[in-house]
Design a binder for this molecule. Structure first.
Ligand code: ADQ
Length: 484
């Protein structure tokens, strides 16, 4: 079975240097995981190319070159600048994103955004239909395209169509705020398989279906719910996404990264490095984290000079006003805390706002004594997993939000926190800083074993099994066993 993979963005970045255009492969666990499946099955990836400013013939040539180089086809869904603004910046990032992260007060329920989402779904459906062959599995990714399954069914596309939601699914009292709640829920039930990250998300989804679509008959187990409506049947299930553990651990062991890490360590002698790495996003809870860090310095003066917070923020969605405000808020807070606590030879917070390159990121993961992952809500949070994979010496401590999806898998061996509890997080940082090497190693070994076993290939194989597709021979099998 060939896979026709659909996501909002294609797995590539288009760049312009002078008058020349070029493409680069996108990065991230999803691209790495799907790459071998697509290559082996002669698959195809459909999505928006990431720019509206390119002439169609140039785009087609670029995509053809990319396909040849990568070994699988890509097909573009061109969106106008206005569609991008209303659909992606509006419907996706000012409605669904905040609502699904329980932040309904940040939503802007503009009716035009919904109209645009329906239009864009039709555009995606048209391109998918054009490229789908009868036996393809059509696999749609994430919250931007929840309605695509229905748009395809309406056009008579009879393929098996599956969906995976990377972000959380909210409980009924929050989901019901969505003006188009019944349409969205009904549309989702056009997918035969609906993948969710955690049991919490499955419970919420199932409760929303119960509340809003009482005619749907549900048969539930802890990790799956079979939902029947009229002639259709959907299976909603829990499939926590993983990372390519070996790639991160191997990358962290590379000489360049090791040298980078050693240099960083030299700059912070006798000091614990506390690391935060986040996309610029209000769901990641950076202002709360900074407040907690300051509170820790205030309550436990003995720890001053002994810890330094290194906070990396990766630029993201800067066209959305809330993201600009967030950036300004973080910068003010960092300046304020540093102004208050800096002493000769010690600055409490080092703040970086940029795309750090991969080897630098891995060096930080490798060298950090404590990672702070304190999202207010998160589908999974891959940073938590990447940090542990890069902890080759096993000395690090993971401080993890109980509202990140990763807490369902990793919570037993992390220091779990409520990110809204400023005193609680301050105490957790202190607890982590004072943990003995034996305690640290024991917890980190269990974290790494779990992340290594339930890696991105395991995720893929679990999902495809429910879709009735065999995992491709070309894929590395899930690795089971003790972490070296
Ligand atoms: P995101 O919200 O983007 O993903 P996350 O899971 O934390 O969040 O992944 C961030 C990714 O960005 C990581 O893979 C990380 O390596 C990368 N990254 C972070 N800092 C970087 C930097 N400075 N430079 C370069 N790369 C950097 C959504 C959901 C999550 C869910 C994922 C996957 O919101 O909850 O875990 O999808 O399903």
């Amino acid at each position: 079975m060939r896979i026709l993979f659909v996501s909002n963005r294609l797995p590539l970045v288009i760049e312009k240097n002078g008058s020349d255009w070029s493409t680069q492969r996108g990065s991230g666990g999803l691209v790495t995981a799907l790459d071998p499946v697509l290559k082996r099955s002669g698959g195809i990836w459909v999505g928006w190319p990431g720019t509206a400013d390119i002439e169609i013939n140039t785009l087609n040539t670029l995509l053809a070159d990319f396909s040849e180089r990568e070994g699988y086809r890509v097909a573009a869904v061109p969106l106008t600048a206005e569609e991008y603004k209303h659909f992606y910046e509006g419907y996706c990032n000012q409605i669904v994103w905040p609502l699904f992260h329980d932040l309904q007060s940040l939503c802007n329920f503009q009716p035009d955004y919904w109209a645009s989402a329906l239009k864009v779904e039709q555009k995606f459906a048209e391109v998918v239909q054009r490229h789908a062959q009868p036996n393809d599995l059509i696999w749609v990714q994430d919250y931007q395209l929840m309605g695509l399954g229905k748009a395809l069914a309406d056009r008579g596309v009879g393929n098996k169509i599956a969906f995976f939601l990377h972000i959380p699914f909210p409980p009924p009292d929050i989901f019901c705020k969505l003006p188009w709640r019944t349409d969205v829920l009904k549309a989702l039930l056009h997918y035969e398989v609906i993948g969710l990250q955690t049991m919490r998300d499955l419970r919420n989804f199932s409760d929303c279906v119960n509340a809003l679509l009482p005619d749907v008959e549900q048969r539930r187990t802890s990790r799956q719910s079979r939902m029947m409506l009229e002639e259709r049947c959907s299976v909603a299930g829990v499939f926590p996404i993983g990372i390519d553990f070996e790639e991160f651990a191997g990358g962290a062991a590379e000489p360049r990264v090791a040298q980078n890490a050693a240099e960083l360590r030299k700059n912070y002698p006798d000091r614990q490095i506390v690391l935060g790495v986040d996309r610029l996003d209000y769901t990641k809870g950076v202002p709360y984290r900074l407040r907690s860090f300051a509170r820790m310095l205030e309550r436990y003066p003995d720890l001053r000079r002994k810890v330094t917070l290194f906070q990396v923020v990766v630029p993201s969605r800067e066209a959305v006003p809330q993201y600009q405000d967030l950036k300004a808020e973080i910068e003010q807070m960092v300046a304020h805390i540093n102004g208050k606590y800096t002493e000769p030879g010690w600055v409490p917070i080092h703040y970086v706002f940029k795309h750090v390159d991969r080897s630098e990121l891995l060096a930080w993961y490798r060298v950090a004594d404590i990672a702070l992952v304190t999202s207010l809500k998160d589908g999974m949070n891959l940073v938590a997993k990447e940090y542990c994979a890069c902890q080759l010496d096993g000395n690090g401590v993971l401080v993890l939000s109980e509202f990140a999806g990763a807490s369902e898998q990793l919570g037993r061996w992390a220091v779990l926190v409520n990110p809204y509890d400023i005193d609680g997080v301050a105490d957790a940082i202190k607890l982590a800083a004072l943990m003995t090497p034996a305690e640290r190693r024991s917890a980190m070994e269990k974290l790494r074993t779990n992340i290594r076993e339930q890696n991105v290939y395991w995720w893929l194989s679990q999902f495809l099994k429910v879709c009735g597709t065999r995992v491709n021979d070309a894929m590395p099998p899930p690795t089971i066993g003790k972490v070296a």
